[in-house]
Ligand binder design. Sequence first.
Ligand code: CP3
Length: 354
Amino acid sequence: MPSPDARLLRACRGLPVDATPVWFMRQAGRYLPEYRALRARHGFLEMATTPEIAAEVTLQPVRRLGVDAAILFADILLPLPAMGAPIHFADGEGPVIDRPVRDAAAVEAMRVADPGDLGYVGETLRLVAADLPAGVALIGFAGAPFTLASYLIEGGRSESFARTKLLMWNEPGLFRLLMEKLAATTAAYLAMQIAAGAQAVQLFDSWAGCLAPGDYEAHVLPHSRAVFEAVRAAGVPAIHFAADGAGLLPLLAKAGGDVLGVDWRISLSRARELAGGVPLQGNLDPAVLLADPGAVLAATDRVLAEARGGPHLFNTGHGLTPETPVDTVRRVVDRVHEASAGRKPGWTGGRGRA
Ligand code: CP3
């Protein structure tokens, strides 16, 4: 059963820890042979929406790696169908929104999702919580309003986010209405996850890094802040992550979250200066995990060194890729725990492996 005193939860609160907690974005997925074995028999959405399968996939990396957290196996786009926008995943193409949302009629037709329609996610969390080793934290997550809006407007993956930006600039009232519906959906969805056992939540603003700081502040920040205020009321720590967000760090910190996730394009020491002392998560380049063992350990040690002087959750700066060697990931987990344990006199030991 999850413990409220897990190392990762202590780090989120800025409390002393016996070793640096570590987990990875996309720690469940195609680099794991046991994931590929299940995936050969089931579609991705079927896996994410079937609680028994999603719970098993959530636990796979916990068993294998000795990480300090399990992250719910789901996808940031799952609330969209519950808002009236069906999605599908095409092999090699990534996510696709069946009917992109680009005009007033489409925005007005979107509804705030009833979290009951996402009850399978709550069920997954309850199954995972019942099976989780002591000391391993359970993390829930959602997409931030801007990243979800960009998928809805673009219809899928985009390089330039041109349609999203044009709607934001040309029809700010309509854009705001869409963002408000997304923020309300996300707040209720995360509250449901917390009630089902999530002990911390991460908000993924994967594409916010495409924005100028002034546009982020005017059109995005208030909606992310609304989500963080709702999570704060629920009483669990929130992690705020934007890929390629170095130029936005002070504004991301202002929007909210107890922990700021950063990628490898900025050092953690510099990020700490910009973000003003908030606990940091990151920031190993996931591509390093494909390098020779010596380079992987050197990069891991560098992240730990740059994180010194403040609370830190070790992670990659973006999701693990399908090519990642599993043994390398496990070596990084061990290195983080060993190198950080006993850093501060009086703090000893390690959690040990289940
Ligand atoms: O981190 C975890 O282990 C938890 C599960 C998780 C997934 N997606 C599983 C997944 C999480 C937290 C996400 C978040 C997510 N989904 C984000 C935010 C993080 C980021 O990458 O910036 C985004 C943008 C999405 C949307 C999405 N879903 C994309 C772009 C893709 C990739 C498509 C592809 O084929 O590579 C997905 C699919 C997806 N989500 C997979 C997994 C394991 C691969 C699906 C498969 O097995 O084919």
